[in-house]
Design a protein around this ligand. Structure first.
Ligand code: MRU
Ligand code: ZN
Length: 239
């Protein structure tokens, strides 16, 4: 990858080997390019610093997955794993890397929700809210809520609707979250995100751009809720 000592030249990639054609494209909209672009952007928000957090995209039966434990803001397309979402087999494995520890969770979300992308952040706003709320994060009567989908019905929530995001307990290892995450997704069909106590948030959407909108809107609401709590303002307004 770009941050290692070898300084390999991305432009010299041989697309005839190692299924490199799956990750090499001059099109900026290609999933491997978009993951790198968004991880750079999210790093500046403190959402994926210190190697935590990440982005995955599912397109045409393939999941694009970042490596584990790397500088997420310095990844290049040739660092990407590509996995067949039907067979769960890796179509491309970059040498010297392990796939993100979030991979089983991203696959759970793709399978259960038919999502097109997942974003995982270690945003301090998400972590703080898991310390301020018990089993669910709740907020109502804030304009930004209108960016979040209802899912159980068409369209988005209204300004005065109550947004509810479940909070799961963290586990020592990321993959151990899989069972509780799957159960939580099934029990909360109206949610497009799950908070994980003292850890962060997983957000998904039908495509990466919707997932990005939801992540941004949720982080705004999480930050606002912390401030409201500091001022003793209830996050849910009485009807
Ligand atoms: C700072 S380590 C964080 C990881 O354990 C995990 O929570 C995470 O978000 C990223 O895992 P990774 O395997 O690097 O993609
Ligand atoms: Zn994490």
């Amino acid at each position: 990858m770009a941050c290692c000592e070898c300084h390999h030249d991305e432009t010299a990639i041989d697309v005839t080997v190692n299924n490199n054609h799956l990750i090499y494209s001059k099109n900026p909209k290609h999933p491997a390019n978009v993951i790198c672009e968004l991880c750079r952007l999210f790093y500046t928000s403190g959402w994926c610093t210190g190697t935590g957090g990440g982005v995955s995209i599912r397109e045409d039966g393939k999941a694009y997955i970042a490596p584990s434990g790397v500088h997420k803001e310095r990844m290049i397309p040739s660092d990407m794993f590509v996995l067949d979402t039907d067979t769960k087999e890796y179509l491309r494995t970059p040498e010297g890397y392990k796939a993100s520890a979030c991979t089983p969770l991203f696959l759970d979300i793709y399978r259960i929700r038919d999502a097109g992308a997942c974003i995982h952040t270690h945003s301090q706003n998400a972590v703080m809210c898991t310390l301020l709320f018990d089993k669910y994060f709740e907020i109502s009567n804030i304009e930004q809520i209108k960016a979040i989908p209802k899912l159980t019905e068409t369209g988005n929530l209204w300004y005065s609707d109550k947004l509810v995001i479940p909070i799961l307990e963290n586990t020592e290892r990321e993959e151990e979250l899989s069972d509780s995450l799957q159960q939580c997704i099934k029990e909360n069909p109206g949610t497009t995100a799950i908070l994980v106590r003292r850890h962060g948030i997983f957000v998904w959407g039908p495509n990466i751009w919707k997932a990005k909108v939801y992540t941004e809107a949720l982080d705004y609401l999480l930050e606002l809720a912390i401030k409201m709590k500091q001022f003793g303002i209830p996050t849910v307004k009485e009807k």
